[in-house]
Design a protein around this ligand. Structure first.
Ligand SMILES: [Cu+2]
Length: 310
């Protein structure tokens, strides 16, 4: 997985932002140093007095031609730099809007504290798969509070504001797995609201989408599926083809194909899956999944069932 980093862009959107970031940093650093140098210079040459020698204030009465020119020059330079940065920012914005018609549209819905990701015909969670080299339109919706969608290596941030849908376009030019993170404080588990963007070559992306579109695979042993229904998991979760149609929690139709559980909180292994089901509040306090008391044999059957939902 790529380290989450604004300065390692892997697509045009992040590249434009990176290209704006360096001159901004350069100009701001130069101005900061110039201002500090002026302050130090002023301090060093200011007239000093002691109890015995009163300060020489005679200069205060004289016109200050030199200082006047210096202030006017600084004002002119600041104006030019600010206008230049504003123009650079304007043209970056224009460049960001020029990605072209999307090859794929995906809907991303921010929930406390996970990402629902809806494709045509199926849904997944906390994992956005995209084909490399193609523009993708991401439609952003907020469900409860304001969240912010941010994959630093691929694009800038965009807020998900309830009632005000937003869109963002991005394109990955290098195949890879990029980490994203909610970038707007949204409550107790904001830090554990991560997601992955997985950019694959188009054929591999198509194969993934075709597999996700299929209903859940038939379980060898129906027992785990029965426990899922009996223990109330289906009131919140959906398993297409498995009889569960809840719609307030991650779709579990192909949960075993994902890399992490609970928005990047733990790796998706059978052990962590069992740990999550037994004690979600221990892993992610405040998460909207209750702890369900269960006998060991029920847990085993459930984990075997869910762990096979590739
Ligand atoms: Cu958040």
């Amino acid at each position: 997985m790529r380290f989450q980093d604004v300065l390692h862009s892997a697509g045009p959107q992040a590249r434009h932002i990176e290209a704006l970031w360096w001159p901004m940093l350069g100009v701001c650093t130069a101005v900061f140093i110039a201002v500090l140098a002026a302050v130090i210079w002023a301090l060093l040459r200011a007239p000093r007095g002691g109890p015995a020698t009163p300060p020489d204030l005679s200069s205060l009465g004289k016109p200050e031609r030199g200082a006047r020119i210096a202030v006017l020059a600084a004002l002119a330079v600041s104006t030019v730099l600010l206008v230049a940065l504003t123009l650079a920012s304007f043209f970056t914005d224009r460049a960001l809007a020029r990605l072209g018609p999307p090859a794929l549209t995906v809907e991303v819905i921010g929930h406390r504290w996970w990402w629902e990701i809806r494709y045509e015909g199926f849904a997944t969670a906390n994992e956005l798969h995209i084909p490399v080299g193609k523009p993708v339109l991401v439609k952003l919706k907020g469900d409860d509070v304001i969240h912010s969608f941010w994959v630093p290596n691929l694009s800038g941030k965009k807020d998900l504001i309830p009632g005000r849908d937003a869109t963002l376009t991005l394109r990955a030019d290098q195949a890879g797995t990029y980490r994203g993170q909610c970038a707007e404080f949204c409550g107790a588990q904001h830090a554990k609201m991560a997601f992955l963007v997985i950019a694959d070559p188009p054929e591999q992306y198509d194969a993934w989408a075709a597999a996700e579109r299929k209903p859940a695979r038939e379980s060898a042993d129906r027992r785990g599926g029965d426990v899922f229904m009996e223990r109330g998991c289906a009131t919140c979760h959906a398993i297409r083809g498995g009889g569960a149609a809840g719609d307030s929690a991650p779709d579990l139709t192909h949960v075993a194909s994902r890399q992490t559980l609970a928005a990047g909180s733990v790796p998706n292994t059978l052990g962590h899956l069992a740990g999550w089901i037994l004690d979600p509040q221990g892993i992610k306090p405040g998460a909207n999944m209750p702890t369900t008391p269960m006998r060991p044999d029920e847990l085993h059957a459930l984990v075997a069932y869910l762990g096979a939902l590739k």
